[in-house]
Design a protein around this ligand. Structure first.
Ligand code: ADP
Ligand code: ZN
Length: 709
C-alpha cells in the first residue's frame, strides 16, 4: 500500500517523500480506517485525503466551509490532472445537472462541497447510490461550539457515520487544543478514528516582537527589506487599516486594504488580487485570513497585539506555508493592552467568559515580554515541549539583556499609589522625571515625595518599565477609570522589598533597525540569482493568466526556488524537482527549461542540496532546522556545512550559533598542540554530550580554512 502511495505522490504531485505523518495517515485511510488529523497550517493536510482518494475506488467527498478555498483546491487538482469539481451556489442549475451526470458516470474523482450542501436529504440520497471512496472533513474544528469558527451545519455531519458505515472518514484541523479535539471526536462520531497529532512547531517562521516606538516607521523599515514579497499586515481597527494601506502606497509599497467595512465587491477584488499578483501587501483586520491558501506569504506583521496566543499562532501561521523561510513580526506597546482590555470589557458575554479572555490576553503579553526562546514559550502554551531553545527567534538570535529593575519598579509603583491610582503612563512618567507642567501643577503633584526621583532613567525606559509591570501583572489597567494604572495584589512583595525584579532591556532603536534587516526571509533569493528568479516568476505569471489560476497553482515558490538552485537542463532532471509531477512536467517542463537555459554563460550548478543548504544556513536556520527542511539527517547537514566552511562559501558564524566562550574552548583544544590540527576524534571526548560532534568538524574546518589563507 505504502509503495503505491509513494508512486502516486511522485507521479501526480511530483514529491519525493511524505512529510511527517502523512504516510501513516494515508495508509490508515486508504485501507478503510477513520482518522483524526491535527497538523499545523502548511503541514500538508490536503495530501492526507487526496492520496487515499486516488488509491481507492469511487468518489471522494471533501467537506470544506469556504468556497474560495474549494475553488483553489479544485484548480490545483485540475492542474495536476486529477478530475475534481466543486459543487456550490455559484453553479447554475444546468451546471449542477451536468456535474451530477458526470459524477454518475464515474468521471469525477474528488467532489468538494459545503457542509450545508452535503447534509441536504437529496444530496445524501444521491451519494448513497454511488460508490464512495472516503469522506474528508476539512477545518473540522468548525464543529466546536466554543471556537470562533463554529458552523452549525458541521454538527449534522455526525450522521455520515451511520449512513455510510463502510466508508472511511478523515477529519482534519489545524486547531491544537484538547477540548476541540474531543469535541470533534464526539460530534462527528469518530470514536474509532486513529489520532495523528503532529508537532505544531513552524520551524521556518522566524518570530520577532519589538516594542512599539514609532510603529509606522518601524513597519516601513521592516518592509523595505522585503520589497518583492507578499505579506499581510494586521491592524486592530478599520480606520487604521485604511490609513496604513494609504501610507504604504504613498511610500511605494503596493498595498490593499481589507476589512468588514468595505463593500463586499471591493473585499472580494482585493482578496483576488492578493492571491493572483505577486509582491502585494494586504493590510487587514483579522476579518482577513481564514481561507487564505496562498502558500508564499513571506511575512505577517502585526501593528497591534492579537488578543490571545491562539490568535497570534493562527495569524502568524499564514506565513510560509510553502516551508520556505518566513517572518512573523510584531510591534507592541502598552496602548494595545489598554485598547484590548477596553474592548473586552465592553464586549458581550458573562463574567466567567471575560475572565477567561483576560487570562488569554495575559498569556499573549507574557510572550511579548518573554526573555527565553519565543518558540519554546509559544509551543509550551499548546502543551508541546521543545527541549532546546529554537535558535530561530529574536530572543535566541539577539539574546536578551536584562537588568535589575527592583528599585525603579518600586518608584514606579509608588508613583501610581501616591497619585491616587487613576493616571496613565504619560502623567506618571512626567511626575517621576520631575516635569512641572500644567497637569502636574493642577493636581499639586510637584509636592509628592516621588516627584523627580526618577531622573536616572529616560522617558523611554520608564515607559518600557511600566509596560513590563503591566505585562507581569504587577500593575493593572483600570478600564472603567479611563485607562489609568492601578496596583495589584501581586505587587506587594516587591513593594515590601521581599523580592527582586529582573526586566528586559529594550534594544536601542539603531540596534533594533539593524536586527530588522538581519531577519532571514528577506534573503530568500540572493543578488546574483535575482534575474533568473524574476524570469521564472514572469513565466509562471504568464502561464497562470493563460490558465486563469493563481500563480502558486502552477508551481509553488518552493518548486521555483529548487529549479533555480538545481538548474535542471533536461526533462529528466526537471522531473526530479520537488513539485514537478508527470502532468506538470508535460505541460510546463519545456518552458521552464528554456528560461533556465537562457543564461547559458553561467556555469550550471551541480544537482544536489549543497546550494540550498548554504542559503538556508545563511538565512539563519540551525542545522536541525536545515535537516528538517532538506529531509536529511542532522549529521549529514554538519558534514556539508563543514565542507562549505572549508571552501569558504560559508562562515562559521553563519553555519552555527555557538556561545562565545564555548567556541573559544573548542578552538583552543584544536590549537593546543603544535603542527597539524588534531583530528576531530582526538578532541571529541572533551565535548561529548555538550555539542554534537558535527560542530567540531565545522570549527576545525574553519580553523583550517583560516590557516591556509
Ligand atoms: P495545510 O492544508 O496543512 O495547510 P497544504 O496541504 O496546503 O497544507 O500543504 C502545504 C504545502 O506543502 C503545499 O504547497 C503542498 O503542496 C506542500 N506539500 C504537502 N506535502 C508535501 C510533501 N510530502 N512534499 C513536498 N511538499 C508537500
Ligand atoms: Zn528561539
Amino acid at each position: 500500500m505504502l509503495e503505491q502511495a509513494q508512486r502516486v505522490l511522485k507521479d501526480i504531485f511530483g514529491y519525493d517523500s511524505f512529510r511527517g505523518r502523512q504516510g501513516a495517515i494515508i495508509e490508515r485511510v486508504a485501507s478503510g480506517g477513520d482518522a483524526l488529523v491535527l497538523m499545523p497550517t502548511g503541514g500538508g493536510k490536503s495530501l492526507c485525503y487526496q492520496v487515499p482518494a486516488l488509491l481507492r475506488d469511487g468518489l471522494a467527498v471533501v467537506v470544506s466551509p469556504l468556497i474560495a478555498l474549494m475553488d483553489d483546491q479544485v484548480a490545483t487538482l485540475e492542474e495536476l490532472g486529477v478530475a475534481a469539481a466543486a459543487l456550490n451556489s455559484t453553479l447554475s442549475a444546468e451546471q449542477q445537472r451536468d456535474l451530477a451526470a458526470r459524477i454518475r458516470r464515474g468521471e469525477v474523482k474528488m467532489l468538494y462541497l459545503a457542509p450545508e450542501r452535503l447534509v441536504q436529504p437529496r444530496m445524501l440520497a444521491f451519494l448513497q447510490n454511488l460508490d464512495i471512496a472516503l469522506f474528508a472533513i476539512d477545518e473540522a474544528h468548525c464543529v466546536s461550539q466554543w471556537g470562533h469558527d463554529f458552523r452549525p451545519e458541521y454538527l449534522q455531519l455526525g450522521q455520515l457515520a451511520e449512513m455510510f458505515p463502510n466508508v472511511p472518514r478523515i477529519a482534519l484541523t489545524a486547531t491544537a487544543d484538547k477540548r476541540t479535539r474531543e469535541e470533534i471526536v464526539n460530534r462527528l462520531h469518530l470514536e474509532n478514528a486513529e489520532r495523528f497529532l503532529s508537532s505544531f512547531d513552524r520551524p521556518n517562521i522566524f518570530y520577532r516582537i519589538v516594542p512599539k516606538e514609532q510603529p509606522r516607521k518601524q513597519l516601513l523599515a521592516f518592509l523595505s527589506q522585503r520589497r518583492a514579497d507578499s505579506g499581510i499586515v494586521y491592524c486592530l481597527s478599520r480606520k487604521k487599516v485604511d490609513e496604513v494601506a494609504a501610507l504604504l502606497c504613498e511610500q511605494g509599497f503596493p498595498a490593499l486594504p481589507y476589512h468588514a467595512g468595505l463593500p463586499s465587491e471591493t473585499r472580494a477584488d482585493n482578496q483576488k488580487r492578493f492571491l493572483n499578483e505577486e509582491g502585494l501587501i494586504m493590510v487587514a483586520t483579522i476579518a482577513f485570513g481564514m481561507g487564505i491558501d496562498k502558500s508564499n506569504v513571506r511575512y505577517v506583521a502585526h501593528l497591534d497585539l492579537p488578543k490571545s496566543l491562539e490568535a497570534y499562532y493562527q495569524e502568524t501561521g499564514r506565513a510560509g506555508r510553502d516551508g520556505l523561510p518566513a517572518d512573523a513580526w510584531m510591534a507592541y506597546g502598552l496602548q494595545d493592552v489598554v485598547m484590548l482590555k477596553q474592548m473586552l470589557q465592553n464586549s458581550e458575554g458573562d463574567e466567567r467568559h471575560k475572565r477567561l479572555e483576560h487570562h488569554k490576553l495575559d498569556a499573549m503579553l507574557a510572550l511579548c515580554e518573554e526573555t527565553r526562546c519565543r518558540r519554546q514559550t509559544l509551543l509550551a502554551y499548546f502543551d508541546e515541549d521543545l527541549p532546546q531553545p529554537c535558535g530561530h527567534c529574536d530572543n535566541c538570535v539577539d539574546g536578551v539583556q536584562t537588568w535589575d529593575a527592583t528599585e525603579p519598579a518600586r518608584q514606579a509603583l509608588s508613583a501610581i499609589y501616591r497619585t491616587g491610582q487613576r493616571y496613565g503612563v504619560g502623567h506618571l512618567v512626567d511626575v517621576l522625571l520631575g516635569k512641572e507642567n500644567d497637569k502636574v501643577r493642577s493636581f499639586g503633584h510637584q509636592h509628592l515625595a516621588v516627584f523627580g526621583v526618577g531622573k536616572a532613567l529616560s522617558e523611554g525606559e520608564w515607559r518600557s518599565l511600566y509596560r513590563q509591570l503591566v505585562a507581569r501583572g504587577l500593575a493593572d489597567i483600570d478600564i472603567e477609570g479611563y485607562g489609568g494604572l492601578r496596583l495589584t495584589d501581586s505587587c506587594r512583595p516587591l513593594l515590601r522589598g521581599e523580592v527582586t525584579l529582573e526586566l528586559r532591556r529594550d534594544l536601542k532603536p539603531q540596534v533594533a533597525a539593524k536586527s530588522v534587516s538581519a531577519s532571514p526571509a528577506s534573503q530568500l533569493v540572493r543578488g546574483e540569482e535575482r534575474e533568473q528568479w524574476e524570469a521564472l516568476r514572469a513565466l509562471r505569471r504568464k502561464l497562470a493568466q493563460e490558465h486563469a489560476v493563481p500563480p502558486y497553482v502552477i508551481f509553488p515558490d518552493s518548486t521555483l526556488l529548487e529549479m533555480l538552485r538545481s538548474q535542471p537542463t533536461t526533462m529528466a532532471e526537471m522531473a526530479r524537482v520537488s513539485g514537478v509531477g508527470a502532468r506538470k512536467l508535460e505541460r510546463y517542463g519545456e518552458a521552464f527549461l528554456e528560461v533556465l537555459g537562457g543564461e547559458a554563460e553561467t556555469p550550471k550548478a551541480v544537482v544536489d542540496i549543497r546550494h540550498e543548504l548554504i542559503s538556508l544556513a545563511r538565512a539563519g536556520m540551525t542545522p536541525l532546522q536545515i535537516a528538517g527542511q532538506l529531509q536529511c539527517s542532522e549529521k549529514n547537514v554538519y558534514t556539508l556545512l563543514a565542507e562549505a566552511i572549508g571552501h569558504q562559501q560559508l562562515s562559521l558564524e553563519q553555519a552555527l550559533d555557538l556561545p562565545e566562550d564555548l567556541l573559544g574552548e573548542i578552538q583552543d583544544s584544536f590549537l593546543d598542540g603544535e603542527g597539524e590540527l588534531p583530528a576531530v576524534s582526538e578532541v571529541a571526548e572533551l565535548f561529548a554530550g555538550r555539542v554534537p560532534e558535527g560542530v567540531l568538524y565545522c570549527v576545525r574546518a574553519a580553523l583550517q580554512a583560516e590557516f591556509e589563507l
